[in-house]
Write a protein that binds this ligand. Structure first.
Ligand code: 5GP
Ligand code: ZN
Length: 112
């Protein structure tokens, strides 16, 4: 499904031209516009799902995690943080599910 007013649907469909860090038929990975680390990549499904709560396709879940590893390989990073914010209070601002991949700086845990 494609949501007309969704910015990440537009990125996935090429309506907003965006350089891919990695992509295949199902997923698209690109640099975050406001990076929180030297490496900050977002991985999205090309189909619209608002959040992890709506994502019910297990094959696509696998594709998203496989893409994390592809991105890490491609960028030559072996240590990284992968984040999925689900819902406003958890920090989700764009309601098209995305995985953050952050690397190349020291990160604290817990995140706060
Ligand atoms: P969230 O807070 O929803 O987990 O993460 C949304 C992320 O999307 C933020 O890190 C934000 O910087 C990024 N973002 C929002 N709009 C755009 C955009 O138009 N292009 C890109 N590349 N990143 C975006
Ligand atoms: Zn969307």
């Amino acid at each position: 499904m494609y949501l007309k007013d969704c910015i990440f649907c537009k990125i996935a469909n090429g309506e907003i031209p965006t350089e891919a860090v990695y992509q295949n038929e199902k997923v698209f990975a690109f640099n975050d516009i406001n990076p929180q680390a030297p490496v900050h990549v977002l991985i999205i499904p090309k189909e619209h799902y608002a959040s992890l709560n709506e994502l019910d396709d297990k094959e696509l879940m696998g594709e998203l995690f496989a893409a994390v590893k592809k991105v890490a390989e491609k960028l030559g990073i072996k240590e990284y943080r992968t984040v999925i914010n689900t819902g406003k209070s958890a920090g989700q601002e764009v309601f098209h599910i995305h995985l953050h991949v952050l690397a190349n700086r020291d990160m604290k845990w817990p995140p706060g």
